[in-house]
Write a protein that binds this ligand. Sequence first.
Ligand SMILES: Cc1cc2nc3c(=O)[nH]c(=O)nc-3n(C[C@H](O)[C@H](O)[C@H](O)COP(=O)(O)OP(=O)(O)OC[C@H]3O[C@@H](n4cnc5c(N)ncnc54)[C@H](O)[C@@H]3O)c2cc1C
Length: 396
Amino acid sequence: MASYHTDVLIIGAGIAGLWLHNRLNEQGYHATLIEKNTIGGAQTLSAQGIIHGGSKYALNGLLSNAAVAISEMPQCWHACLAGTGDVDLTQATILTDHQLLWSKNQLAAKMTSFFASKAVRSKMTPVTASERPALFQHPKFKGALYQLNEPVLDIPSVLDCLVTPWQHRIIQCAPNTTFNWQQSNNDIASLTIDKLTITAQQIVLTAGEGNQDLLDSLNIDTPKMQRRPLQMVLCKSQDENKPLPKLYAHSLAAGTKPLATITSHTTKHGETVWYIGGDIAETGVERTEAAQIIAAQTLLSDILPWIDLPKLDWATHHVNRAEPEQSEGSRPDTAFVHSHHNLHITWPTKLALAPDLSDTVIKQLTQAGLTATQQPDIPSPLPIKMGEPLWEFAFT
Ligand SMILES: Cc1cc2nc3c(=O)[nH]c(=O)nc-3n(C[C@H](O)[C@H](O)[C@H](O)COP(=O)(O)OP(=O)(O)OC[C@H]3O[C@@H](n4cnc5c(N)ncnc54)[C@H](O)[C@@H]3O)c2cc1C
């Protein structure tokens, strides 16, 4: 049995684990990350890459707690993209620096005055007819169009930036690996996997949906986790001479959630894929794949009636959002950390909140007396496995 020591052991290499791993190692701690499937391959590579600043959560005309908590995030990510932030994302790809919000008809007065209010005015600006992008210049488009100054990022490139500098401190294990914990008093003394016993001062769970199994294996019953399922939709043109236009936009109606949120992603063959979330992904969870595709086709012709779409290939993607349990299964407002002696259980609840989550965890670890030590590298590491972007395999 080999043994290995690290200052902080982090379990689960999605955005939350990778961001924390990167920050702790950059700060001089020895942090090790364990992944048992593929890096980013769960929720993180299912994300649309929108770095929310909260405006999306204000569509009922009110600035909710979520909107306040998340409002700093675009600025924080922008600093990282510019090389002046907590992690170096200078090599990540920005798909767009702003998104659009459109409604087929004029917006209700309540929403228009909210968009004009001081709270959102700097981020959300009306787009005048002469400034409209080509897609919205059609004479049949009679609705409202706003620009939201929050970016959309290419998540695979963000993951590369986070993984590259510290990949020698990532342990890749097999999906069926058994986690054997050794506990002493209330602390976790060590973890044994694959004939390797790992000791750490502090342990952080960032395993998304996998946190539940880890908590069960530790006989810990709080915090509880909730899953909020989605059936996302993907489409791409069958005709390479008539690709889909690039669109990063939310379709608004009277409700508090966008009917559809469309982001555009490029496959390695250069095809543009529309990835569609929003209300249709939430309400379409119980539909068959065929019924969800029909619902999406109907929705697109309703919200973009003036666009002559090419013949499209379609696919759907089922995925759960894993979060701390809320009353009535609602969306949590902020990143979540629950500490249990030297174990910290976390869910970022949004990709955009990964920096906030890391700040909170690092504060807890420092308060718990974390010290930086020098440690040897992982004995005989397996090569790490990066997750594949959805648009590369969803249509096969
Ligand atoms: C369809 C969809 C679209 C979204 N779009 C956006 C968006 O545009 N903007 C935004 O801000 N948020 C978005 N989100 C939310 C965001 O994706 C998640 O909040 C975020 O990715 C969660 O990251 P995570 O690191 O906690 O979890 P995950 O990405 O799920 O990562 C957990 C990792 O832990 C690993 N793991 C599990 N169990 C174990 C174990 N026992 N040992 C080792 N490893 C383990 C998994 O394999 C996985 O790699 C979206 C979510 C979904 C589902």
